[in-house]
Design a protein around this ligand. Structure first.
Ligand code: SF4
Length: 453
């Protein structure tokens, strides 16, 4: 059976989601439900140094802080997860203690950061470690230049948390049992080559500083990168990408040196008439608490714009009520809901992916629940480097076999791109067809032919 998402009627939606629920921001001492942190004070929890020092990086630490909540079955499954995932463990106490450990198997936050072996599915035959072909479009190390006026700069491969759904699992964090990585940390020596390339690329106006995560850059590095880019005359817009606001808001409220560096770059940008913004990614309304709101109050009052990019994940946020609540909550905090991405076809993520149809139906359901400028655009970042396209802008969609065919006329004229639905969501007959490589190849060729003629 193909699982799709029914668009709920407004009455159904409002019954599940009272209209003002998005204004409730959790403010209890939720970390005290974790046995190992039962005596941690609010002051300690608010300190970014405490959060960093107590971040969980090993299964043994999970067992230790959870105490009696760490059941043998759960821990065995988590250990199995570590053998299969391409990502290291790293999770802040903030997010760790928002997990409902009594219901850990189904918890959307646990799913994102602490994978269980039992949740993994066989890889789709078309999965790729560099699904977006970022390495192919890289003129100098750490830089992807695909669109004429925009580049992606990856100055670090470190993050304050490691997400199981990471699209750059090939380089982010350290090697794991299943993947050897060419992770480079924050290799500042090579950044100047990137700036030199950009000085000589007059069409580039927009730089995304990602990674990795800008939260892992030092204040001096935040300033060095920001000033170097803003001093290039044709660069008009820079965006620091960080999941930090969602998973580590205490850094914004208590790491004053880091925040000051960001504000100084923002002020420099304004003095040059250029834009400096943050792109963050909240993916579940459960990640949002009073701590997130306090972080956003500080950022907003410093005049810094924040936009949100969520990743659509099966069992995490592929539900109309959750997506509407997420959209309204981030909007209420003055974050612009910008994109919801279809999950990329990367290793270790088949269980996270949804069908394209689910993305389309969720977009239909969310649109109209709040103002248009606060409504995210649902996009599919085309495998093979076609860039982001609106979910409904495919050229052809064979829903039975889960194959959609796309064009990106400006980015790669003449090319066609294929995005595939996860096999486990297809009918039994379609699942059988994918098991035979010759039949699978024929299905893909036939779908492409519908577009190329
Ligand atoms: S924060 Fe971003 S780059 Fe880092 S692991 Fe998560 S998805 Fe990957």
């Amino acid at each position: 059976m193909v699982e799709t998402h029914k668009v709920e009627s407004l009455t159904e939606l409002n019954q599940k989601l009272p209209e003002l629920q998005h204004r409730n921001f959790r403010n209890d001492d939720f970390w005290k439900s974790i046995p190992g942190w039962a005596n941690v004070t609010r002051e300690e929890f608010a300190d970014h140094m405490w959060q960093q020092k107590n971040s969980i990086r090993k299964i043994e630490q999970v067992r230790k802080v959870l105490g009696k909540l760490a059941t043998p079955e759960l821990m065995a499954d988590m250990e199995d997860g570590q053998r299969k995932t391409p990502m290291n463990i790293r999770i802040t106490p903030y997010i760790f203690s928002l997990i409902d450990w009594e219901n850990a198997w189904d918890d959307p936050l646990r799913k994102q950061f602490l994978p269980l072996g039992s949740q993994f599915l066989p890889e789709h035959p078309l999965h790729m470690s560099d699904s977006l072909s970022e390495d192919e479009d890289s003129p100098v190390p750490m830089l992807t230049h695909r669109y004429p006026d925009k580049v992606l700069f990856l100055p670090t491969t470190l993050c304050p948390v490691y997400c199981s759904y990471c699209t750059r699992s090939r380089i982010i964090g350290g090697s794991t049992e299943s993947v050897d990585k060419s992770s480079y940390g924050a290799n500042q020596k090579k950044w100047d080559d990137v700036f030199e390339y950009l000085r000589n690329s007059p069409l580039v106006e927009d730089v995304v500083i990602s990674g990795g995560d800008s939260f892992m850059l030092t204040p001096a590095q935040i300033k060095y990168i920001g000033e170097s880019l803003l001093n290039i005359p044709h660069i008009r817009r820079i965006r620091y990408a960080t999941k930090g606001i969602a998973i580590f808001p205490q850094k914004i409220t208590s790491d004053h040196a880091w925040f000051k560096a960001l504000c100084e770059v923002n002020e420099l940008g304004r003095s040059f008439g250029k834009s400096v913004v943050i792109h963050t990614h909240f993916s579940s309304p459960r990640e949002i608490t009073k701590w997130s709101q306090m972080a956003m109050e500080r950022i907003f009052s410093a005049g810094i714009t924040v936009r949100n990019q969520a990743v659509l994940q099966n069992g995490v946020n592929n539900d109309v009520s959750d997506m509407v609540l997420l959209t309204r909550k981030v909007g209420f905090m003055n974050i612009q809901p910008y994109y919801v991405y279809m999950h990329d076809m990367v290793p270790g993520c088949e269980h996270f992916r949804t069908t394209l149809r689910e993305g389309i139906e969720l977009e239909k359901a969310v649109r109209g629940t709040t103002a248009g400028f606060h409504t995210p655009t649902f996009v599919c970042d085309l495998p093979g480097g076609g860039g982001k396209r609106h979910v409904a802008s495919y050229e052809y969609y064979d829903e039975e076999n889960g194959i959609s065919v796309w064009k990106a006329p400006y980015v790669k004229p003449g090319d066609v791109f294929t995005y595939v639905d996860p096999i486990h969501k297809l009918s039994k007959e379609a699942q059988d067809r994918w098991q035979d490589p010759a039949t699978a190849k024929k299905m893909i060729e036939e779908a492409k032919k519908k577009v190329t003629g």
